[in-house]
Design a protein. Sequence first.
Length: 76
Amino acid sequence: MFGLSTTELIVIVLIILLLFGGKKIPELMKGLGKGVKSFKEGMNEVENDLKIDDDRPSATSKSADKEEPKSPESMS
């Protein structure tokens, strides 16, 4: 996992426990989880907006549709 050995991970966890204490860590993880969830929801909204924009006809095709078809009489 990230090129770290088991001993290195244990040392990192112990340092975190010393810095934040056992009671504060669950609160930190809860906040981190909410942040990740919010980020994912934001990404999904952006993807949905992009999909909606792709489904809409572009402005150039709208202007082409509005042009009147040329009649054979006007071509001569």
